[in-house]
Design a protein around this ligand. Structure first.
Ligand SMILES: Nc1nc2c(ncn2[C@@H]2O[C@H](COP(=O)(O)OP(=O)(O)OP(=O)(O)O)[C@@H](O)[C@H]2O)c(=O)[nH]1
Ligand SMILES: [Mg+2]
Length: 482
């Protein structure tokens, strides 16, 4: 039901200075108002205050008339509220029990407990924001770096939606041109010629391609980069994790097999959340604990976006080093993976390896040439976690791999969401198909069908053509009270 009145605790669970109960819907005002009293006047229900004004009140339990808390309450008249409905926000003291009792009182008045994301869903359904903006609310809350936050804010302000809408309008323009001639042939609307349509489609293609071009990078700012530190025991993986984090997070000892479980921490690499995973050294072992650890190392490598393959530069290559290396190759590291059949460069994705030759403070005894032959695409960095040599270079190398020299400006608008990326890819495919239909001299109806499909795919980003299932899925990932 769209118009019933919903309520939830909008602040996170736990203890805080204040906590907020949010109520939204047609009856929000009439349900909450009877619960409020002026201090010292327990009998009298005061009138509803003007919109957007913070008022000091006591709140009561409607069954016992007990005063539950001192609160600050704001009544916000539709449509000037988060949901574009009548909204009441009740700020109480931030204890879990007190907030639950306030919520329970509001529910006793006839409000319904809100579902996850339901406030934002209503904001979307009431036209306060489009789907991409609603998703940006979540991204803003979940942002792990300032860069991620800036991108989410641009999306929330509607900058991404504007660019998607521009591509959509460009597509619609071509559709309109074609359909006018199909629908009104007698009104001598001339049949458009391919030469006339092609540049119009190209314009829409350009806009979609531009958005797609930055989307791999954008995704990283939002999701972060899973970076596994892999190598045989004792080469300095944990030391490297600590050095990159600038804390003594993982245990380091001269004993091979120190790390037995994966250790995961987030570092900030030029605005990209770098999920660093230190792993147990990969080695054959009969110790059951070590075996599990080694399996976890392999799983960490499997799921990583980038692997830092660490060697001890002060020792010759061992059989174990060679085995680790070939395992990674079997996992497809170091090669280009094409994600899309109709791919151009923008859709190519590589799972890169950075070869780290550690312990550079000691004389080099490692056969670097052999490693170079095994990893022709890889970047090599010499480091010493003891002296700090090469660590900045290593950070640069990782950043260069993923950013490819692109820097994020305050005004950058990037597609950060995989769902948006997928919809844009489909739009690009349909646009390409329309060009092919046109070139093959197929009837214009065919061209128009492809263009419609592109138009709909773009509408999925902003939500105009999103199905109910998709909306359910997206909003159910929100937290309660949002
Ligand atoms: N000289 C020198 N020693 C280092 C360097 N990095 C690490 N070490 C030493 O190498 C030993 C092993 O370091 P760790 O970081 O525990 O190695 P690891 O790869 O995590 O080892 P496992 O967890 O056993 O797989 C320790 O004694 C470190 O002090 C370095 O750059 N130079
Ligand atoms: Mg270790």
């Amino acid at each position: 039901m769209q118009n019933d009145t919903i309520a939830a605790i909008a602040t996170p669970p736990g203890v805080g200075g204040i906590g907020v109960v949010r109520v939204s819907g047609t009856d929000a005002f009439s349900l909450v108002a009877p619960l409020l009293r002026r201090p010292g006047k327990p009998q009298e229900v005061p009138p509803i205050p003007p919109s957007h004004m913070l008022i000091y009140r006591h709140i009561i339990d409607p069954t016992t008339q007990d005063v539950l808390d001192e609160v600050l309450v704001a009544f916000m008249h539709a449509p000037h509220s988060y949901t574009a409905e009548d909204v009441v926000e009740i700020q109480g003291h931030g204890g879990p029990l007190i907030l639950k009792r306030i919520l329970r009182s509001v529910l006793a008045q006839g409000a319904r407990m809100a579902n996850p994301g339901e406030f934002t869903l209503r904001a979307f359904l009431n036209g306060r924001m489009d789907l991409a903006q609603a998703e940006a609310v979540m991204d803003l809350i979940g942002a792990q770096t300032e860069a991620g936050q800036r991108l989410a804010m641009q999306q929330l302000r509607g900058r991404l939606s504007e660019q998607v809408q521009a591509a959509r309008q460009a597509t619609l323009g071509v559709i309109a041109r074609i359909e006018a001639s199909i629908d009104f042939p007698e009104d001598d609307v001339p049949t458009p010629q391919p030469e006339e349509l092609r540049p119009l489609i190209a314009l829409a293609q350009q806009q979609v391609d531009l958005l797609l071009a930055g989307s791999e990078q954008g995704r990283l700012y939002r999701q972060g980069l899973r970076t596994a530190i892999i190598g045989r025991p004792n080469v300095g993986k944990s030391s490297l994790l600590n050095a990159l984090l600038r804390t003594e997070r993982a245990i380091v000892t001269p004993v091979a097999g120190t790390t037995r479980d994966t250790v995961e921490e987030i570092a900030n690499l030029r605005g990209i959340p770098l999920h660093l995973i230190d792993t147990a050294g990969i080695t054959p072992t009969t110790d059951p604990v070590e075996q599990i650890g080694v399996e976890r190392s392999r799983a960490a490598a499997e799921s990583a976006d980038v692997v830092l393959l660490v060697y001890d530069g002060s020792e010759p290559l061992t059989e174990q080093d060679r085995k680790v290396s070939s395992e990674l190759q079997a996992m497809g590291f170091g090669e280009y993976i094409t994600l899309d059949a109709s791919a151009n460069d923008a859709y190519q994705h590589r799972r890169p390896v950075v070869v780290v030759v550690n312990k550079a403070d000691r004389p080099l005894r490692l056969e670097v040439a052999e490693i170079g032959a095994a990893w022709p695409q890889a970047t090599f960095v010499k480091t010493s976690t003891l002296t700090g040599e090469g660590l900045a270079t290593l950070e640069e190398a990782i950043a260069d791999l993923v950013l490819a020299g692109k820097v994020l400006s305050n005004e950058s608008v990037l597609v950060t969401n995989v769902r948006h990326q997928e919809a844009l890819r489909q739009a690009a495919e349909h646009l390409q198909a329309s060009v092919i239909s046109l070139e093959q001299g197929l009837p214009l109806d065919f061209v128009s069908i492809d263009l419609r499909a592109a138009y709909d795919a773009l509408g999925e980003v902003t939500g105009e053509t999103a199905s109910e299932d998709l909306l359910d899925k997206i909003f159910s990932e929100f937290c309660i009270g949002k």
